[in-house]
Design a protein around this ligand. Structure first.
Ligand code: AMP
Length: 581
């Protein structure tokens, strides 16, 4: 059996390992560490969380670190903020005796200014989530020209979370890269593609258990407050431009409401539920099958007969009560040998249901962060660029219009033309995500504080609504009931409600004003069409135009997901890996 002392590692590392009480290397460590210490080639390590893979790459990376250098030598990319922090902590423990070692974590969800300072302090190692790293690169706060080793941790997860383009971008931004070490639980086609494009001839190391967990479905969940469920759905849809999916709701009413709201906002979706007659349902199915629809919003019963093979995503707008139903839903994707993603939007209260379903389906679920505005915009930018690159205008088209096009744009240089074309495609998204909220549960307040500092909207907003006592709203309680039932927001978010004869007023958090206005403006109260707007905007414009667009934000810095299902095991427990299941 190998031991840590048999590795020829720098003395500070061997000492730290012994301080930490590690006795025997784990299987992935025994395979990878000697290779990377003696000859740091490109490698792929197929190993899951909990196998000791952080030390497998961490010890060799620290061993090769030049402590006198004043530039970033190693970049570790990780899918989530939580994992990022854990890696930094772990590396810090291994490197505790290495004087002059500087490791910096870079992740979203916190103000970027502190991180700009950190990266300017010349760390040798940066551990980053893709979104925030790109943010820093774009601000020129960081230079990666001299990075020699890039480590992709949980590469399959980063790809499943939609970061393919970001990874491409980052790998292209490290021109001096000599080695790429890729760790992944599964060897999917996407992982192989990254390897083919960016790695030299590589060695593969795998340990038992890799590839066996999840065959083809990646189960992800996104935690948000109940009232942000719809916004979260929109954001996930926007972040997944090529989606061909099914959105599951628990009730027919939700199914109808959600698809109507999405349709109004320009999404190609349609409802599918039991109240629709057979003819309508067949029509929807036909449109879905020929891909005129990007998604259908369905109830469980209505989706029963659905037979479509290439569904890319199943989205649970709400979790079903019965874990069996979850299995049916998620089984709509990843059919016929393909892979698929099942995303669930859950409120903090529903986390226990996730744990229960995990136990029953015997699969690991990944907690992912709801992307922020900047990530959505970047994602769509890459999507359009790809579409333009792949477009094949027919020769007739060129024959007929070439001359006119050339004439019109003769004075425009190529870059400017590209900018204009893409801007046209993206401007709605950019507008819509200007100052988008952080929708991740638990971060709303933090974001508000940040927004305050940035001088963007926060606090509460007074809303005007055109229903009052004359319409049958007897008191504040009835008003509250109507609002909460129509919008799904919690009553606690509304305060200072006043019901007058012809109209009413109430306060809501600024971050939710737009959502509430959109949700209510499609409603009727006892037959009367509801009109709602910000009271301030109404005072400014007595003619009563549409509600001003609300929703402040900080431009949204990346805050990728956190993983809360990592096993923990104590010092010296080298072979005893507590898996959750
Ligand atoms: P990882 O799979 O890298 O997330 O590692 C999970 C945990 O295992 C971390 O807390 C490590 O400190 C611990 N660990 C890693 N290697 C060993 C080892 N050889 N012996 C005991 N614990 C280890």
């Amino acid at each position: 059996m190998t031991s840590f002392s048999s590795f020829s590692m720098r003395e500070e590392l061997t000492r730290a390992i012994s301080d930490m009480g590690f006795e025997t290397p784990t299987p992935i460590q025994s395979k990878v560490i000697p290779q990377l210490l003696s000859q740091p080639i490109d490698i792929i390590g197929l190993a899951q969380t909990g196998t000791g893979k952080t030390a497998a790459f961490g010890l060799p990376l620290l061993h090769h670190t030049d402590l006198n250098a004043k530039h970033v030598q190693t970049l570790v990319l990780s899918p989530t903020r939580e994992l990022c922090m854990q890696i930094v902590e772990e590396l810090g423990r291994y490197g505790q005796h290495m004087r002059g070692l500087r490791i910096t974590a870079v992740y979203g969800g916190v103000p970027i200014t502190g991180q700009i300072r950190d990266v300017r302090a010349n760390p040798q190692v940066i551990v980053a989530t893709p979104g925030r790293l790109i943010d820093l690169l774009e601000r020129k706060a960081l230079n990666m020209d001299l990075v020699e080793t890039v480590i992709l941790d949980e590469a399959d997860e980063m790809l499943n979370m939609g970061f393919r383009e970001d990874i491409d971008f980052i790998l292209k931004t490290t021109p001096a890269r000599k080695h790429t070490w890729l760790f992944s639980a599964t060897m999917s086609n996407d992982v192989r593609n990254i390897a083919k494009r960016f790695m030299n001839k590589w060695e593969e190391f795998s340990v038992g258990g890799a590839n066996v967990t999840n065959e083809n479905i990646d189960h992800q969940y996104y935690v948000t407050s109940h009232h942000n469920r719809f916004e979260t759905l929109r954001r996930l849809l926007d972040f997944t431009p090529g989606i061909y999916g099914i959105i599951f709701t628990r009730t027919k009413q939700d199914c109808q409401d959600i698809s109507e709201k999405l349709m109004r906002q320009g999404y190609h979706v349609s409802p599918l539920h039991g109240d629709m007659d057979q003819k309508m349902r067949s029509k929807v199915l036909e449109r879905f099958k020929n891909k005129s629809l990007q998604a259908i919003v369905a109830t469980d019963v209505a989706a029963r007969g659905l037979d479509v093979n290439d569904i890319t995503h199943v989205i649970n707008y709400e979790l079903p009560d019965d874990p069996e139903v979850y299995t049916h839903r998620s089984g709509r994707t990843a059919r016929a040998g393909k892979s698929g993603i099942c995303m669930s939007i859950v409120s903090p209260k529903e986390l226990q249901n996730i744990r229960q379903i995990e136990r029953i389906v015997k699969q690991r679920f990944h907690k992912s962060d709801i992307p922020d505005g900047a990530e959505v915009v970047r994602k769509r930018l890459f999507f359009y660029m790809e579409q333009i690159a792949l477009a094949e205008p027919g020769s007739d088209f060129a024959k007929v219009y070439q001359e006119s096009m050339h004439e019109r744009f003769a004075d425009l240089d190529k870059d400017e033309l590209i900018r204009k074309l893409i801007w046209l495609q993206l401007k709605d998204t950019i507008d819509a995500y200007q100052g988008a909220n952080d929708l991740n549960a638990g971060y709303e307040n933090k974001e508000n504080k940040e927004r305050n500092r940035g001088g963007v909207r926060s606090g509460s907003v007074r809303m005007f609504i055109n229903i009052g006592q004359k319409d049958g709203v007897a008191d504040e309680e009835q008003l509250l009931q109507f609002i909460t039932e129509s919008t799904d927001i919690e009553a606690g978010m509304i305060d200072r409600a006043t019901v007058r004869e012809l109209s009413s007023f109430f306060n809501v958090p600024a971050s939710s004003a737009e959502f509430i206005a959109t949700a209510l403006s499609s409603k009727k109260y006892k037959g009367r069409k509801v009109r709602i707007e910000e009271a301030e905007a109404r005072d400014r414009d007595r003619a009563g135009g549409p509600p001003r667009r609300g929703g402040g934000g900080d431009g949204g810095y990346a805050k990728r997901g956190s993983r809360d299902d990592r096993p923990s095991y104590g010092k010296g427990g080298s072979q005893k890996f507590n898996k959750r299941y």
